[in-house]
Design a protein around this ligand. Sequence first.
Ligand code: 0A1
Ligand code: ZN
Length: 878
Amino acid sequence: MRPEESHIVRLKDYRPSDFLIDRVELDVRLDPRATRVTATLSLRPNPKGRPDAPLVLDGDELVLKGLSLDGRALPAGEFEAGPQALTISQPPRQPFTLTVETEIDPTANTKLMGLYRSGGNYCTQCEADGFRRITYFLDRPDVLSVYTTRIEADRDEAPVLLGNGNPVERGAVAGTNRHYAVWHDPYPKPSYLFALVGGRLGHVGKTFVTMSGRPVRLKVYVEPGKEDRAGYALDALERSMRWDEKVFGREYDLDEFNIVAVSDFNMGAMENKGLNIFNDKYVLASPETATDADYANIEAIIAHEYFHNWSGNRVTCRDWFQLCLKEGLTVFRDQEFSSDERSRPVHRIAEVKTLRARQFPEDASPLAHPVRPQQYREINNFYTATVYEKGAEIVRMLKTLIGDEDFRRGMDLYFERCDGTAATVEDFLDAFATVTGRDLGHFARWYAQAGTPRVTVGGTYDAAAQTYRLDFAQSTPPTPGQPQKEPMAIPVRLGLVARDGTALPARSERVSPQGVFLFDKAQDSLVFTGVTSPPVPSLFRDFSAPVRTSLDLTDEDLLVLLRHDTDAFNRWQAGQTVAMRLLVALATGAAAPDGNFDALAQALRDFVIRDAERDPAFAALVLTLPGESDVAQEIGADVDPDAIHRARRELRRIVATVCRDALADIYDRFAETGPYSPDAASAGRRALRNVCLDLLAAADAGLGERMASAQFEAASNMTDRLAALGVLTTLPGAAREDALAAFGERYAGEPLVLDKWFTLQASIQEDGTLQRIRSLMEHPAFSIGNPNRVRSLVGSFAMLNPTQFNRPDGQGYDFVADVVLRVDPLNPQVAARLLTAFATWRIMEEGRRNRACEALRRIAENASLSRDVADIVHRSLE
Ligand code: 0A1
Ligand code: ZN
């Protein structure tokens, strides 16, 4: 058997657990090298399970130290214990208690799954299957238990002891320097939501009073001395709690809510019940160390994890195939929160940019999979943009189709029906089918069919009949395991705009009062009546479906939309579409009429002069041309990243030259005056000003260098300082090197700031970058064992530097492959994620394609790959 054929888990094979665990009592005695865990499990046969089944508890690298059943030590012949499982072949057929003792070494745990140490503190990560690294267990999300946890530790090493639920007791261990705390969580939960923390931590806190008047103590724990950087996270938590009450009617349910920031973490954060554990990058912020983007991310991720308390914890997932049930829904909820707290159109554009930059390429790659996959080899490889971001788009489409009121009624019913259970995607959709009386069977295909649908639309105006017809066609490309595709149920929010910019009525009985047409066949036509002049159609307003589109609109039509559409998203989209056409033409050597370059540049100039003040954040987005990887995706085959890089530079130069005076004017007018505030309006002004700086440098490198150096010196906050340094990194020379050195020295003691510095240098699109990265890997602040460091230096190179990662000589691929192989034995999750940078290899031109393929093969040939890396490398090569 090929290794990749082993261990395939399939959705169709789901069956309930043979046993249930109603209560778990854990006694965890923390010790750096030998932590003792005693688990007392109240088990019973599951009425839905097999009657004669053995009891098989999952383990991972565990060592059994003791085992008793109903108080009787189990003799050797009655069980089998290995690192990966504990099996009792003849367990009782009525309720019984199993006491399992294990010993683990948190200091040696470099995978950062289970119990591990970060900066001397103890913490845990159990999703998806880390709990089995702490004790033997039925480590699956449909086994829900009530947990009581006693944590014991040395007082000096871990003065703070935190667990899930409410604190019930604490005290000293007589005759020792140790102490303990007992936590009880009354809400039954799956093992993946278990957590504990022990360490030296400072905190900030406040009391929140819930909508029914219950006080909740909120605390954010951080490294001592960094408390002054935790205030924004605490504030975001309070706002999230209030918002979930107001918008979804969801109230918090424990007496405490704790957040702990740790510096070694595989992902962004984790929603453990009542004890969220965060990558400190998504908690710590001060004007001097964090950018506006950091503040926005902190707000979104704090909200995301908090919202999981209902969408994920109170209602959890039956199995890991249902991951999108909690993740897609929770991303949708955090997106809505950020939209309400900030500017809705600006946030929507940001969401779509992320979707296109991360999910569309995945969906077009060998790693493409449905939002609800049918099978997996390693579940940790399915925390993907598809499950999260496309999963959120599905929830959004559902809301678009059924309307706001029915959506809220459906959510209420879902929470009511499924509270305290482990649910499925079907349970979710059923709630909406019940409240609307609609059959959502066709819509459900979004969960099952992978690939990004392409929708082609053509319009015909009949002046005599005053009708306008839109002809729609859709197709979805083949993806692994799915050669043939069915039509999808696609909500198209649309409107018509006259060429003079006025809105025209879009009259058709097939368009809902909210302006939505449901396009659910391979082909369909829509006829509007009473159209008095030839219109420009504005389609997929607010990006109403995650599809690619081909529209038969001229650049001139699109510039009408850029100027006049009432839908802000489509105003932005129109400019992007024109820019994309020009970029593709430039990069592939195809002809584009010269006039169109000027027309775009002039339209952007007019737009900026007119609209900059009204919504600076939006103006900043309009002025930002599609990224190089967006262009690569659009070209789709035989891609030459160098040609794309040159094309984008050239278009930026053209636009910047035409807009130069307007940009310079804005740059001066938007200069910061008061003290820094991370609010969206102030951030928008900084964003626009920094986009202007960037474009001015594209028009005139000398001017750009002078302006960026001055801003770098004078900046009073990290947003402006980093933006200036970013511009300087595109301009080779002494000014850049001096600024980089100054920045590196200034923030030598700030790992999260140095991550930004690593990222900027790894993103320089020049031949010398690989060498620069190699030396930075020797920098005292770099550590191969810390996920943030690896991602900021090597991950950024692989994901954000298309010309250097895809060097024609293959050195970029070889370098990343070497790092993957070096990281894999330490931390397979981080290695596997880094390896996904290769997912786009098939769209490259032949030379690069061959080099990438060789690098992938070299990884695949390695005998001792983790399951995580083996899975990605084999799927990438398939
Ligand atoms: N549920 C978390 C994501 C997460 C997944 C796995 C982790 O460890 C390997 C950590 C976090 C979320 O959606 O935020
Ligand atoms: Zn999540």
